[in-house]
Design a binder for this molecule. Structure first.
Ligand code: HEM
Length: 145
């Protein structure tokens, strides 16, 4: 359980970094008329790591004592955060990113592909950032690592 939490916690930085790289890559290529293998790989890699994070999160959801369906779930901040808020926002963000990538790959024009990635990965990044239990936003007992 401890190792799993450490992996899930550390992976946040890899997920955030990969999303930032994909977004910058999309911005840099907004006016380009090429969507190359490297672009595809950057976007795919970000999505794969987000799905790994989703899997770790799902396992934690079933074993964590911070996830409980009891009378106090909504009134107790830590229980509410992990049982409801964290999973809900993360799943929404992951759906956005997954659909966005699918939509981007379907576009015929390369510039439109980059634009789609920018839009969906950008929104996904924003939601993920907000839903991370940063100690400077939430008082739910999580740290930076
Ligand atoms: C990109 C997506 C996600 C990121 C970046 C993320 C990040 C984090 C972070 C930083 C923590 C705090 C770990 C600590 O205490 O040090 C955490 C805890 C947790 N996450 Fe996520 N998470 C994501 C998605 C999910 C999803 C989709 C689920 C559920 C399906 C989930 C379930 C949990 C649970 C249950 C905990 C509490 C573990 C515990 O301390 O007992 N996470 N997450």
């Amino acid at each position: 359980m401890k190792g799993l939490i450490a992996a899930h916690s550390g992976l946040r930085y890899i997920v955030l970094a990969l999303l930032v790289i994909a977004i910058f890559n999309a911005i840099a290529n907004l006016k380009s008329n090429k969507y190359e293998k490297k672009d595809k790989m950057i976007n795919l890699f970000a999505m794969i790591f987000i799905h790994i994070q989703l899997l770790l999160g799902l396992v934690l959801y079933f074993i964590s004592p911070k996830v409980q369906f009891v009378k106090e779930t909504m009134s107790e901040p830590i229980l509410r955060f992990y049982t409801v808020e964290h999973i809900l926002l993360m799943v929404i963000a992951i759906i956005f990113i997954t659909l966005g990538r699918k939509k981007a790959e379907k576009q015929a024009e390369p510039a439109k592909r980059h634009k789609m990635i920018l839009r969906y990965y950008g929104l996904g990044l924003l939601i993920i950032f907000i839903a991370i239990p940063w100690p400077f936003i939430y008082n739910v007992g999580a740290g930076y690592f």
